[in-house]
Ligand binder design. Structure first.
Ligand SMILES: [Zn+2]
Length: 296
């Protein structure tokens, strides 16, 4: 299945659904960072929910950042999402792998930990930035976001996120959904949704077995109305210029050491792990530029 995101309504417009398949996007993140399986699941679930949250932004210039730190061995998960459906993000330690002994499932809650917070910052264009923080419930990501939507955004929501990892570590399938109750939702809509959540398979299994998100959604409710569909992808907008800007934030002595001792430098973008090399001449030109433009 292609990486896509759809928005839909059901139950006479009382229920809003976001659903996406993100298999290729997570596989790209895995390859870029050499993620081990539990790290793939933790970052993958966060990138998946981020792509759906990005699509909730109203203005194309808006952006949101998710930061999760539960004190676990994976460290911080940091993800950026944009309205056009692209996301980027990383974890502090990609080489993390734990499994639950009883079920054999990837132990995301252990890797992430639950002694900490989930924070969402929305960078808005027409009003002040918005920030919501909740205590982590389990570190398993989906239920932490369900709590975030319900408490911080006052929208009762069910969140399901799944990443299925093969024995050779590549991503077999990944995706997720967010089901939200609209203000006019009635008891029967809530009951219908609760029953749905009990009967369906994990979303990663549904994505693996179906050809399209529409096929999956049609089995969720009997009156699904698709509102929109858009592609999603892992994409970073770093470039040589942004990396040069990073260099200018370093102390001058450090830059001079790069010129005189190392005769060049290599900088890696945190968000996508892309490496940028600058040779001695490029660094000297940057230094000349800074000398001319420095304020005295
Ligand atoms: Zn980058």
């Amino acid at each position: 299945m292609k990486d896509t995101l759809i928005k839909a309504m059901a139950c006479d417009g009382h229920v809003r659904i976001y659903m996406c398949s993100s298999t290729h996007l997570i596989e790209e993140a895995r390859q870029r960072f050499d993620l081990w399986p539990t790290a793939s699941a933790a970052l993958g679930r966060t990138l998946t929910v981020a792509s759906m949250m990005g699509s909730m932004l109203k203005d194309e210039k808006e952006q949101l950042t998710i930061k999760i730190n539960g004190g676990g061995p994976i460290g911080t998960i940091l993800v950026d999402a944009y309205p056009d459906g692209h996301v980027r993000g990383f974890v502090s330690d990609p080489h993390v792998h734990y499994q639950y002994n009883d079920t054999g499932k990837l132990a995301v809650g252990i890797a992430v930990g639950c002694d900490g917070t989930l924070e969402v910052v929305k960078h808005m264009t027409k009003r002040d930035n918005w920030r919501g923080v909740v205590q982590l419930q389990s570190g398993e990501i989906a239920e932490d976001f369900a709590r975030y939507f319900t408490e911080s955004e006052q929208t009762p929501s069910a969140v399901s996120l799944g990443v299925l990892v093969d024995t050779d570590h590549h991503i077999l399938s990944a995706g997720g959904f967010i089901i939200q109750m609209m203000p006019g939702a009635e008891e029967e809509d809530i009951v219908k949704t609760e029953e749905l959540l009990k009967r369906i398979q994990p979303i990663s299994a549904l994505i693996k077995e179906h050809d399209s998100l529409q096929d999956i959604l049609m089995n969720f409710y009997d009156d699904v109305r698709i509102l929109s569909e858009q592609p999603i992808e892992f994409r970073c907008h770093c470039c040589e210029a942004t990396m040069k800007r990073v260099l200018t934030t370093l102390p001058k002595e450090e830059r001079m050491a790069m010129i005189e001792q190392d005769h060049g430098c290599e900088i890696t973008c945190n968000f996508c792990n892309e490496r940028y090399h600058f040779n001695e001449q490029q660094l000297r030109e940057l230094e000349d530029f800074l000398d001319v433009h420095a304020k005295h």
